[in-house]
Write a protein that binds this ligand. Structure first.
Ligand code: FE2
Length: 308
C-alpha cells in the first residue's frame, strides 16, 4: 500500500526563522500561499510545508501510494472504522485525509516520489573493491562543498503507544517492520521495500516529532552540513555516528523549536521480497549506535512538542 514518504507539514510560530534554518541546512524555500515550502535542490517534490501557527507542531505526514494501494488503504480504513474527511489544512494538493489512532493527521496521495536530478557522488574505494580509478575524490573546490540534501528519507514520530501505532500503520497502511526495540522504538519501511525505515515510532507521553532525516551524498556532506549549522549557532544534538537500526551514518542538529533534523548517508535497503531480512528486537541502546563521537545526550530521546 504505502510505498513512499512524500512530505510533512509543520506548524511553526515564525516562518522566517524556519526559512533561515532550513536554507542553511541545504534546502530551498519558496512561498506557497501563506505557507513556506522547502525542497531539496534539483528535486521537484515538496519536503516540508511550514504553516504559520501559535506553536511548533508536526501537523501532518503525507504518504505516497499507487491506484491499487489507494483502494486498499480506503478499504482498510473502512474496516478499521476510520473516517476520511475534508482536508483539515489549506493545501494545494489532493489525496485523502484521516487521523491515526492518536489523532495525528495523515494524507495519502497517488504519487511517486520524485527522482533527484543531482549527479551521483564519486565512487568509493573500499578494500578489495576499488571503483574510482584515475579520478580524484577531492580537489581544491571540495573545500567549498556544501551539504545538498537529496531527499527526505524518513521521520520518527513520538507515540504514547508504540504497539498501537505499529498495528495501525502495518495493518491499515501496509508498512512493514524492519527492526524494533520492544515497545519503545519501531522502524517501519514501505510496502514495496526500499529504505530500512520511512517512518518510525518512539515512545513518549504524547505525540510529536522526534526528527526529520535527509539523505546526503556522502559522509563528508554529513559533517560539512553539521559543522556549517554549528558554526552558525545551531546545536549539534548527536553525532557523527553510525546507527545499528538502518546502518546509516548520522549527525543530528536541533531545529529552532527543539526537534531534530538529521543528515544521513548509506542506509540499509530492503527488497520487496524480504525473505532474508530478520527484524531485530533488542534494547533501544542496542539499536542506537555502532559508534558515535560521544554517547547520546540525555535530551536526545525527549519530546519537546507541547501536547494539545
Ligand atoms: Fe533517522
Amino acid at each position: 500500500m504505502i510505498h513512499s514518504l512524500l512530505h510533512v507539514g509543520m506548524t511553526v510560530p515564525d516562518l522566517e526563522i524556519g526559512r533561515a534554518f532550513y536554507e542553511l541546512f541545504g534546502l530551498e524555500a519558496r512561498a506557497c500561499g501563506n505557507d513556506l515550502v522547502l525542497r531539496c535542490p534539483e528535486r521537484a517534490q515538496d519536503q516540508i510545508r511550514l504553516i504559520q501557527g501559535p506553536k511548533k507542531r508536526l501537523s501532518y505526514v503525507s504518504l505516497g501510494t499507487d491506484e491499487a494501494g489507494m483502494q486498499a488503504v480506503k478499504s482498510q480504513l473502512e474496516r478499521a472504522g476510520v473516517v476520511i474527511v475534508a482536508a483539515p489544512f489549506r493545501v494545494p494538493f489532493g489525496g485523502i485525509w484521516f487521523q491515526d489512532p492518536h489523532g495525528d493527521w495523515l494524507n495519502v496521495q497517488i504519487e511517486e516520489a520524485a527522482p533527484s536530478l543531482m549527479a551521483a557522488p564519486p565512487e568509493l574505494n573500499v578494500p578489495g573493491r576499488y571503483r574510482r580509478i584515475g579520478t580524484r575524490a577531492c580537489d581544491i573546490e571540495s573545500m567549498q562543498k556544501r551539504a545538498r540534501p537529496r531527499r527526505l528519507g524518513h521521520l520518527i514520530k513520538f507515540s504514547p503507544d508504540v504497539d498501537r501505532s505499529v498495528d495501525f500503520y502495518m495493518q491499515v497502511l501496509g508498512l512493514r517492520m524492519s527492526d524494533r526495540a520492544q515497545d519503545i522504538l519501531a522502524f517501519l519501511r514501505g510496502a514495496k521495500g526500499g529504505d530500512h525505515h520511512l517512518l518510525a515510532f518512539a515512545k513518549s507521553t504524547h505525540t510529536g516529532l522526534h526528527h526529520l532525516s535527509f539523505e546526503v551524498g556522502d559522509f563528508d556532506e554529513i559533517e560539512i552540513g553539521a559543522q556549517t549549522m554549528v558554526r552558525a549557532g545551531y546545536k549539534s544534538a548527536f553525532g557523527p555516528g553510525r546507527h545499528v537500526g538502518g546502518s546509516n551514518y548520522f549527525h543530528y542538529i536541533r531545529d529552532p523549536w527543539n526537534s531534530l533534523v538529521e543528515y544521513f548517508w548509506d542506509i540499509d535497503i530492503i527488497p520487496e521480497d524480504d525473505s532474508g531480512w530478520v527484524p531485530l528486537n533488542v534494547t533501544p541502546d542496542e539499536l542506537t549506535a555502532v559508534w558515535a563521537s560521544e554517547p547520546p545526550p540525555p535530551e536526545f530521546p525527549m519530546n519537546f512538542e507541547l501536547p494539545d
